[in-house]
Design a protein around this ligand. Structure first.
Ligand SMILES: Cc1cc2nc3c(=O)[nH]c(=O)nc-3n(C[C@H](O)[C@H](O)[C@H](O)COP(=O)(O)O)c2cc1C
Length: 185
């Protein structure tokens, strides 16, 4: 197991009582190179080191990732004062691309979580002030519900505890083996 993965597992364990510690920022770029950043919820880490996020294929991030799959994740654990910065390559998986995986993530959502995917097209105008209506059925996975796999290829770790602070770079060699190098913060 890569060293950063052991560290991340520990950070998640130490902060398990803090719901906000499951959020990280995902930055993407569009075809012109313009940056966009938003908060997402961590939904797991696959055996082959992909961060898992759920989303809606109709959101801008999915368009941006289709144009530029290289993205960046930034995750700060306030309780342990650790920052992880992930260089990633994203793959957006729709229901038809991976029905078992996408369905499993839909099933794991609470009704309140499912509802958010049934309010209509994200980012489109909301013309009257009336309540949003849920259209669709919780038992059927919406076509626009998706899983984003973020394959990690570099990790820049910073621990603010102590003086000096501790910073470490994790990267893969040509054979895909993980290497680590302590660096000046
Ligand atoms: C705490 C928090 C967690 C969020 N989690 C997700 C998430 O897991 N997936 C997601 O698509 N959007 C999530 N959002 C909403 C995004 O930050 C963003 O507003 C939305 O996805 C539209 O982004 P886009 O237009 O850049 O695609 C979350 C927002 C907050 C504040």
């Amino acid at each position: 197991m890569p060293q950063w993965r052991q560290g991340l597992t520990k950070s998640l364990h130490k902060t398990r009582s803090v719901p906000e510690s499951r959020y990280f920022q995902l930055a993407t770029a569009d075809a012109q190179g313009l940056p966009y950043c938003r908060t997402v919820v961590y939904r797991g880490l696959t055996d082959d080191n992909c961060l898992v996020v759920i989303s809606d294929t109709r959101t801008d991030k999915c368009d941006q990732l289709a144009q530029q799959p290289h993205a960046h994740g930034c995750w700060y654990f306030a309780k342990t004062r650790e920052q992880y910065r992930f260089s990633v390559t994203a793959k957006v998986l729709s229901l038809e691309m991976d029905t078992p995986l996408v369905s499993a993530h839909w099933e794991r959502l609470s009704d309140a979580g499912k509802k958010q995917f049934l309010w209509g097209e994200p980012g489109t105008p909301r013309n009257d002030g009336s309540a949003l209506h849920v259209s669709g059925d919780f038992s059927a996975v919406p076509q626009h519900f998706c899983v984003i796999l973020l394959a990690i290829h570099k990790v820049d770790y910073l621990n603010l505890r102590g003086s000096p602070q501790y910073r470490e770079l994790h990267y893969t060699d040509e054979q895909g083996n993980w290497l680590s190098q302590s660096i000046i913060p």
